[in-house]
Design a protein around this ligand. Sequence first.
Ligand code: FES
Ligand code: FES
Length: 184
Amino acid sequence: MAVSARPIAPAASLSTRSAPVVRIQVTVNGSPISAEVEPRTLLVHFLREVVGLTGTHIGCDTSHCGACTVHLDGKPVKSCTVLAVQANGRQVRTVEGLEVDGKLSAVQEAFVEAHGLQCGFCTPGMMMTATALLARNPNPTEPEVRDAIRGNLCRCTGYVNIVKAIQLAGKKMQANPTGPGGSP
Ligand code: FES
Ligand code: FES
């Protein structure tokens, strides 16, 4: 899988002085990251506060919204429900890893072209879920798209253009299967 290997902010530590820490090594968007974290640190906090990738959003504290969706070893997960230590030795891909060398992925292009966003808060999670869906089903029906994104909430769009964007992205990926961001 080709992912962006652009420089990432230097690893820092989320540890507090008295708390026990563990060192983890995670490959994020193709770049190895080594950091000390508390065992309780959530993957979403590791990505945002240690790695510095703030495209992964936090929209709730109840595991409902899906704004925090990333790929862990190619599978979409809600990163607020995963501990950073559970990602040790594994591959994580965030929304920042969808584009390659400045070229947007088909999913990113399609969200722009089909107006699949309004405020954009849900969009990173939607795009990660969509990318995973299209990798296993490049030509999903509307019900299949709606089923795939049932764990991703949008407060703005009514979902109509999100569904259209995901189906458009599928067509783009079939037309250019080697384009960026095509596989989770
Ligand atoms: S932040 Fe809402 S599901 Fe993770
Ligand atoms: S575009 Fe605003 S929450 Fe989805």
